[in-house]
Structure formats: C-alpha cells, structure tokens
Write a protein that binds this ligand. Structure first.
Ligand code: EPZ
Length: 418
C-alpha cells in the first residue's frame, strides 16, 4: 500500500495537456464491439478503469494493443457474450457492454452491477431502453440475460437524462433496423464524443448534445480512427489545484465550453480566467471567496463529478458556499476527511454548507471514491503542513500521472509507502 505525501502551500504554475476523457473512452471501447475489424482510439489515458475495460474486451475475444496513447481494438472475432462477475465488480460502468453486445451478437449476459461508493446505482433506465428496442432481458440471481427478441428501431423516452442509459441505447440502436429516437437524452459532451466516433464508423447518428438523439441502425459499420476529447473533470481538478494554491496554470487539450459551469464558479470565487479554443488559463492571487450556491445537475449544469473537487478548494478559502448534490445519494463521503483538515462543513441531506475557515491544515486522510480522493489532494496542496492521502486505488481509476503532473507544476507531492 502507498499514499501521496503532500507539502502544501506551494503556488502551482505552468502548463499541462490534460489526458483523454475517461467517461468518453469507456463507452467508445465498448462501441468497438460493433465493428468486425480494427478501430483505433487516440488520446486514451492510462487509467485503471481503461485497463479493466480492455480486460473485458480481450475476454470477449478482441485483440487489443496499446501504442503510446493509442489503443487498437480488433473485434473481428468474438468468442463469448458474457462479462463475468469479477470484472463487473471491478467496474460497474461495464453495463455499457449490454447495448454493444446486443447489437453485435444479439445476446449479452452480465451480472448486475452493484452500487458503489456513491450509493445505489440503478440501471432500470438502461433495461427499459433496451427492452423498448426489442431485447428480452431476464434477471436471474443477479445475472442479466439479454436476447434479441426482434430488435427494431423505436422511440425511447428516458425519465432521467442518464449518461449511461443514453450511451447503452445509442449502441444498441446501431444494431436495430430502422429509426430509433432517444428522447430525454443526456446532453454531456461525452455523448457528443461518442456520436462522433459512431459516425466515423458510418453510423447514422444525429442530435447528441441535445435531448433528442436519432439513430438509423441496421447497416454494417466499418472500422474507424478517432481522437478522444480532453477530460473535463481532470481539467477542473488541475484548475482547482492552481486556484487553491494561488498560482496560475494553462490547461491544454480541453474545450472550455465543456466545463462552463465550473469556470463560472472559479471566476465567482475570484480567479481570473482566459479561454481560447482548446485551452484554459487560470490565475489566482488571493484566497478563494465563497460561491453563493453550487447545485449539481445534468449537463450543462454543474457536474456532480466536480462537486468534491470544488468543495475542497473552497473549504480553505474565505466565505461560505452552499452545495446541493442532486445526482447521487452518497457523494459527501469526502466531507469527514476534509473536516480532519480543519474544514467547516455542515451537511443536511443533499445540502452541504461550506464555511471557508481560512487555510486548512495537513492531516492523514483516506480517499473514499475517485473524485473524493482527488478532492483530498487538492485540499492538501492548499493546506499548511503535510497531508498524507491513502486509498490511491480510487484515484488511479480516473487520473493519469497525477503526482507527476502536479510536481511538474511545482507541487511538493510524492508517492511513499503508507
Ligand atoms: C456517468 O455515470 C459517469 N460515469 C459518472 O462519472 C457521472 O457522475 C454521471 O454519469 C453523471 O454525470 C461514466 O460515464 C463512466 P447517470 P452514470 O446514469 O451513467 C440515476 C466519475 O467520477 N439513474 O447519468 O452511471 C442515477 O442513480 C463517474 O467519473 C437511474 O435512476 O450516471 C443518478 O442519480 C462517477 N436509473 C442519475 O440517474 C438508471 O438506469 C444520473 O446517473 C441510470 C441512472
């Protein structure tokens, strides 16, 4: 076991190119199953969630190779259609394989993805969408068995703009003859990225980024090459790291309009921001001020994945901020750890009142989930003294070369045996 040892208070400065988007590349890797040939994805980050997804592709029969930041997936021959439980447990978002396997093979079997650190993670919307398209799905002792019961394009209405359910429906619809319309679709930039990859394969997909996505499926698809978009949550993490240390940073490889809600909060907290296509520049020369209210919501609202990270930055500033976490039931598990660093945070249900009590102090803290762990690193960078962050397995799921990138920006952070 190891941990990050951080000596806080060093202003970050410099530039970095943010890695490819985890939440884009995972559904794209599943989408490679749609094509009997080799697809190439570029700007693929080296993350444990990506490795876990590649393990599943290989188990299904794909040949997968890495060449630098490119991943080559040859799905010409698939020799099974089930994702075993131990791999499902490793990464619950593997439920995305349902739609792709159903489209390619007409059959799919995987164990129910359990809840996670964020609370229960239902998949009812995924199953309803696939059933609407004609899938027959039986649920037996925690295993989902899906058959092609006559796949046909139809109208799907999502009661919640679920990112994963939208993606599953898009992939399944590629295998359904006729027109599928997904109403109430998620509008996240990662959905647009997936649409662009599918279109590169020859799929007829339009409307992503809006709440109605149309797919005319059934035609064979061909191999494609595609460059994954920048990771907007990783970008937000580095921006908050510079802000909390009163430094300055240039983040490249990111489209500013994919995280406008986060940038607005950082500006309200006192940061100076400059944006160009593909680039965000942030400077901060005073303790962060409170931001009246941060309510997480589906895109283009404030992203739930950035909630803990911004909270960590503001907890050490001056002034109060009311957070309201509307997306997940258990996404304040980082609060107790921030309190160990002196944060003044009162939680009542979905609300968390953060009273910036001035700089935090270092402590030994433990990551409870991916973004909560990143938040503790941000808090440690701005705190006085030394912070040790354990539970690095959570952080490695979503951040490539995290301590190395921060060190290159001037942070004192290194991985040591715990
Ligand atoms: C994706 O998760 C992301 N993960 C999450 O990022 C992100 O927090 C989330 O979208 C919201 O933006 C990936 O893309 C791999 P949802 P997903 O379905 O698809 C409810 C990270 O840190 N819901 O949009 O699982 C659900 O309970 C991760 O990178 C149902 O009720 O999220 C939640 O309240 C964490 N039934 C809401 O919808 C369903 O069938 C939004 O969830 C599906 C979802």
């Amino acid at each position: 076991m190891s941990c990050y040892k951080i000596t806080g208070g060093r202003p970050l400065s410099g530039s970095l190119a943010v890695h490819g988007a985890k939440n884009s590349v995972l559904p794209m890797l599943a989408a490679c199953l749609l094509v009997p040939g080799q697809c190439v994805l570029r700007n693929v980050p080296d993350l444990s969630d990506v490795s876990a997804t590649i393990d599943i592709l290989r188990l299904l029969g794909c040949r997968v190779d890495r060449e630098g930041d490119a991943v080559l997936v040859d799905a010409s021959v698939l020799n099974r259609s089930d994702v075993p439980e131990h791999l499902m447990r490793e990464m619950r978002s593997s439920v995305i394989f349902l739609g792709a396997l159903l489209a390619r093979l007409g059959v799919a079997e995987l164990s129910y993805p359990g809840g996670c650190e964020l609370g229960p993670r239902p998949i009812d919307l995924h199953l309803t969408a696939l059933r609407t398209l004609g899938a027959v799905i039986l649920e037996e002792q925690g295993v989902l068995c899906c058959q092609n019961g006559g796949l046909q394009g139809r109208e799907i209405c999502l009661s919640i703009p679920s990112v994963g359910a939208t993606e599953n429906a898009m992939l399944a619809a590629c295998g359904c003859p006729g027109l599928t319309t997904i109403l109430g679709a998620a509008r996240e930039p990662e959905i647009v990225d997936l649409q662009n990859f599918l279109r590169a394969m020859g799929a007829k997909v339009t409307g992503a980024g809006g709440s109605a996505i149309s797919i005319t499926g059934g035609a064979p698809l061909h191999p494609a090459e595609y460059r994954v978009m920048g990771d907007r949550i990783a970008a937000a993490t580095y921006l908050c790291s510079a802000a909390v240390t009163e430094g300055e940073i240039e983040v490249d490889g990111i489209e500013p309009d994919t995280l406008t809600a986060v940038l607005a909060c950082l500006e309200e907290a006192g940061c100076t921001l400059h944006t160009d296509p593909g680039r965000i520049v942030l400077a901060c020369s005073a303790p962060l001020r409170g931001v009246r209210q941060v309510r997480t919501a589906p895109y283009p609202g404030f992203p739930t994945d950035a909630q803990a990270i911004l909270m960590a930055a503001l907890a050490g500033g001056e002034g109060a901020t009311l957070f309201v976490e509307n997306m997940f039931d258990s996404r304040y598990r980082h609060v107790d750890e921030l309190r160990r660093m002196g944060a003044d945070i009162q939680v009542a249900g979905r609300a968390a009142m953060v009273s910036g009590a001035g700089r935090l102090h270092g402590a030994a803290v433990r990551a409870t989930d991916l973004r909560g762990g990143a938040a503790l690193v941000v808090a440690g960078l701005g705190a006085e003294g030394t912070t040790q962050v354990s539970g690095l397995g959570h952080i490695r799921r979503g951040y490539e070369r995290f301590p190395q990138n921060l060190r290159a920006l001037g942070a004192e952070i290194r991985e040591i045996p715990a």
